[in-house]
Design a protein around this ligand. Structure first.
Ligand code: GDP
Length: 294
C-alpha cells in the first residue's frame, strides 16, 4: 500500500527521482544535484533537510567517485535511513501504561486509537477525551465495541481533563494494562492548545506519577509542510514522544517523514495506510526509505 501510494502517479516523487537518477553519470554535475534538490523540496522533504541530505550525498559521491545511478540510489537509501532510523518501540512497560493521543482534528487521531488496540498486549481501556468534536465520543465507543476495549466517557462538551481523571482511576481500579486517552484537536491558538494539553497532562500525572508514558501525535501525510509545522508546535507544547504518520495511502510524496525525523527529532513510530484495523503498521526506516526512493 505504501509503495502503491507513493508511486501512484508518474509525476510522483519516486517517478521523478528515478528518472533523474537514471541519467546520473558524474558527481561533479551541479545540474544533477540541483534537480535532485528540486524534487526533494517539492516532495515535502523541506529546505533544511534537503540541503543536509544533498550535501552529504554529493560529498560521498565525489569521494567515492560514484558514476552509477544504481549505486547512487543505494546511497540515497542509506542516507535516508540514517535520518529516519530512531527507536520505534512504544513504552508499554508500566501498569497501567498511559498513552496520550494528540493531533489536529481530521488527522486520524480517533481512528488510529482504535487501530492501536490490536497492537497492545493485555487489557486496554480507551478514554473519550475529545469532548469537543461532534461524534468523536461515539466513534471511540464504536471502536471499543469492535476491539473489546472498555471506554470511559462523559457527555459532549465535558472537561477533557475530567475524562482523563476518570479514566486513569478506572484503569487503576480495573487493572488495565494500557490506557489510551484521546484529546480534542482544536488548534485555534497556541496558548489555548498549550493550556488544554497542560491541564490534561497535569491531571494524569497527579493520578499516576510518571504518566503519561508516551505522547503520540497523529500527522496527516497529505498535508505536507503543514504537518511539519504541527509536529513542531505539538512537540513544543506537549513533549511528543512519537509520531503516527497517517494517510500515506493518499499521497504520492511522503518526504514529510524525512523532514519530521530531521527537524523535529521525534521518532515516527507507526504509519497508517488506510482506514481499516490492519492498516496501522510499526514504522520501519529501511522499508520506508526503499519505498520512497523507488
Ligand atoms: P480525528 O479528528 O483526528 O480523530 O480524525 P479521525 O480519526 O476521525 O479520522 C479522520 C478521517 O480520516 C476518517 O474518515 C478516517 O477513517 C480517515 N483516516 C484515518 N487514517 C487514515 C489513513 O491512514 N488513510 C486514509 N485513507 N484515511 C484515514
Amino acid at each position: 500500500r505504501l509503495r502503491q501510494g507513493l508511486s501512484r502517479s508518474r509525476e510522483s516523487f519516486v517517478g521523478q527521482l528515478n528518472a533523474a537518477v537514471a541519467e546520473f553519470k558524474d558527481a561533479e554535475d551541479e545540474e544533477f544535484w540541483e534537480r535532485v534538490e528540486e524534487i526533494l523540496i517539492t516532495s515535502d522533504v523541506g529546505v533544511p533537510t534537503t540541503a543536509k541530505l544533498v550535501a552529504e550525498l554529493e560529498q560521498e559521491a565525489l569521494e567515492r567517485n560514484i558514476t552509477s545511478g544504481r549505486v547512487l540510489r543505494e546511497l540515497m537509501i542509506e542516507h535516508a535511513v540514517r535520518i529516519l532510523d530512531k527507536p520505534v518501540e512504544l513504552d508499554i512497560s508500566h501498569k497501567p501504561t498511559v498513552l496520550l493521543m494528540v493531533g489536529v482534528n481530521g488527522t486520524g487521531k480517533t481512528t488510529n486509537i482504535g487501530k492501536l488496540v490490536s497492537f497492545l498486549p493485555g487489557k486496554t481501556m480507551l478514554a473519550a477525551g475529545d469532548t469537543f468534536r461532534a461524534a468523536a465520543i461515539e466513534q471511540l465507543q464504536s471502536w471499543g465495541e469492535r476491539t473489546g476495549a472498555a471506554v470511559v466517557a462523559r457527555e459532549r462538551g465535558a472537561d477533557s481533563a475530567a475524562v482523563a481523571h476518570d479514566a486513569v482511576e478506572a484503569a487503576k481500579a480495573e487493572g488495565a494494562d494500557v490506557l489510551l486517552i484521546d484529546t480534542a484537536g482544536r488548534l485555534h491558538t497556541k496558548m489555548n492548545l498549550m493550556a488544554e494539553l497542560d491541564k490534561v497532562k497535569r491531571v494524569i500525572e497527579r493520578q499516576l506519577p510518571g504518566a503519561p508514558h508516551e505522547v503520540l501525535l497523529t500527522v496527516d501525510a497529505t498535508t505536507g509542510q503543514n504537518g511539519l509545522r504541527q509536529a513542531k508546535l505539538f512537540h513544543e507544547v506537549a513533549g511528543v514522544t512519537g509520531i503516527i504518520l497517517t494517510k500515506l495511502d493518499g499521497t504520492a510524496k511522503g518526504g514529510i517523514a524525512l523532514a519530521i525525523a530531521n527537524e523535529v527529532g521525534v521518532p515516527i513510530k507507526m504509519i497508517s495506510v488506510g482506514e481499516q484495523i490492519g492498516d496501522l503498521h510499526p514504522f520501519e526506516a529501511r522499508e520506508f526509505a526503499q519505498a520512497l526512493f523507488g
